[in-house]
Design a protein around this ligand. Structure first.
Ligand code: ADP
Ligand code: MG
Length: 357
C-alpha cells in the first residue's frame, strides 16, 4: 500500500506540443492518500485514462513525476510498481477456466497453491461467480467476463493501488449497483488505495470518500461528495454534480453583492478579484419560492417524484428551483430568494467569493 503523489504532471500525445491545447494533461498536482477510496470523475476525453495509465506505468508522462510514498517511480515498469488495473472492457484468457483466470496473477508471482485457492475462492464468492469457477471463460456472457476481469484485479493483496477504469460500462444496470457496493464493502475491509474512474456522478459519489473532478486535462476540485455539493470551486463542478446542476447565471459583482437582473443579491462573502466573466452560482436546492424576493414567472414544472423542479424566468435569465410540498402553477408570478450562505459568484469559472467567517 502506498500514498501516491503526482507532481506537476503534464502529458501530450504529440511529438512536439506547442500550447496547452496540445496536452491531454495540463499540469496536475494530486496526492492520493494511502488507503483512500477515490473516484476520478469527468466527462469523456478529459484525460482520466491517460492519468491512470501514467500511474500504472503503461505511459510515461511528458513532464513531472509520480511518487509512491517517497519513492520516485516515474521510470519504473508497470510490473515494478505493483499495481492492479481493471479496464473498461474484459481482459480474460478465453481458453482458461474462470478459476485459472483468477489464479493467474498469483501463480505468476509464485504464491503458494493453498494460498491461491483460498484467495480465488474468497474473490469468487464476493463476485458471486463460485458456480462458474470450472467454466471456460470463452463460454461466459460479457458481464460475467467483466466480473472475472475485476476479480483478476482484486485477487492480489500485495499491490500499492487498485485502479478501475470505468469497469461497469459493459455491466447490466441492476448488477452495476450491486458490484459497486461490493467494491465499497471490500475497500472498507482491506483499506487498499482504490481509484475508481467514471463519468457518472452517481457512481463516483456512492463509491468514493473523496472525488477528484477533472475537466479538459485539469483537476478542478478534490473533495468529499458533500464538499463538492456544498461549495463547488468551479462552475463545472457545480453543473456536473447535482441533479439538476447548479444554476450559472450572468451577473455583475459589486463589493460583497451580486447584481443579478438589476437586483442586489447577497453572497456568502466578499467578492475577490477583478474583471473576467462573472457568473452567479446557486443550486436549485438553495433557491426559495416565498412571500418576498425577486419577481419571477413560472415557466415549467416537472414532478420528479421526491420533489418538483420548477423553472422560473427572472428578466433574461432562467433558473431551476427545487420545491418540496406544493408546486406553484405554470404562468404564475412568484417571489424567489437565494440563501445568501449558498450564493456565490464565479470569475472565469472559478469561485470568487471569500469563505464566510
Ligand atoms: P478519458 O479517459 O477521460 O475519456 P483519455 O485519457 O482517453 O480521456 O483522453 C484524453 C485526451 O487524449 C483525448 O483528447 C483523447 O483523444 C487523447 N488521447 C487519448 N489516447 C490517445 C492516444 N493513444 N493518442 C493520441 N491521443 C490520445
Ligand atoms: Mg477513458
Amino acid at each position: 500500500m502506498a500514498r501516491v503523489t503526482l507532481k506537476n504532471l503534464r502529458h501530450s500525445y504529440m511529438p512536439d506540443p506547442q500550447g496547452p491545447d496540445d496536452f491531454a494533461l495540463k499540469g496536475l498536482d494530486v496526492t492520493w492518500r494511502d488507503g483512500g477510496a477515490y473516484a476520478l470523475l469527468g466527462p469523456s476525453g478529459c484525460g482520466k485514462s491517460t492519468l491512470l495509465n501514467i500511474i500504472s506505468g503503461l505511459l510515461t508522462p511528458s513532464e513531472g513525476a509520480i511518487l509512491f510514498d517517497d519513492e520516485d517511480v516515474t521510470q519504473m515498469t508497470p510490473d515494478e510498481r505493483h499495481i492492479s488495473q481493471v479496464f473498461q472492457f474484459p481482459v480474460v484468457y478465453d481458453t482458461m477456466t474462470v478459476r485459472n483466470n483468477l489464479a493467474f496473477p498469483l501463480k505468476n508471482r509464485g504464491v503458494a497453491p493453498d494460498r491461491i485457492k483460498a484467495r480465488v475462492d474468497e474473490i469468487a464468492e464476493m463476485l458471486e461467480v463460485t458456480e462458474m469457477l470450472d467454466v471456460r471463460a470463452s463460454n461466459l456472457s460479457p458481464d460475467n467476463k467483466q466480473k472475472i476481469s475485476m476479480g483478476r484485479g482484486l485477487v492480489r493483496d500485495d499491490v500499492n493501488v487498485i485502479m478501475f477504469d470505468e469497469p461497469l460500462t459493459v455491466i447490466d444496470p441492476h448488477l452495476k449497483w450491486k458490484l459497486r457496493s461490493k467494491l465499497k464493502e471490500l475497500h472498507q475491509r482491506i483499506k487498499l488505495t482504490m481509484i475508481y474512474v467514471t463519468h457518472d456522478q452517481t457512481e463516483a459519489l456512492t463509491f468514493a470518500d473523496e472525488v477528484v473532478v477533472m475537466q479538459d486535462g485539469e483537476v478542478v476540485q478534490i473533495g468529499t461528495p458533500v464538499e463538492l455539493f456544498e461549495r463547488p470551486q468551479h462552475t463545472f463542478v457545480g453543473h456536473f454534480i447535482g441533479s439538476p446542476g447548479m444554476n450559472v447565471l450572468p451577473c455583475d459583482a459589486q463589493g460583497s453583492h451580486a447584481i443579478f437582473e438589476g437586483h442586489k443579491v447577497a453572497l456568502e462573502g466578499a467578492v475577490t478579484g477583478h474583471g473576467g466573466e462573472v457568473r452567479l452560482g446557486i443550486r436549485p436546492e438553495h433557491v426559495r419560492i416565498g412571500e418576498t424576493g425577486l419577481p419571477a414567472q413560472v415557466i415549467k414544472i416537472s414532478d420528479v417524484g421526491r420533489h418538483f423542479v420548477v423553472e422560473v424566468q427572472i428578466g433574461e435569465s432562467r433558473l431551476k428551483v427545487i420545491v418540496e410540498g406544493t408546486a406553484p402553477t405554470q404562468g404564475e408570478t412568484v417571489n424567489v430568494s437565494f440563501i445568501p450562505e449558498k450564493t456565490r459568484v464565479y470569475r472565469n469559472g472559478w469561485i470568487a467569493t471569500e469563505v464566510p467567517k
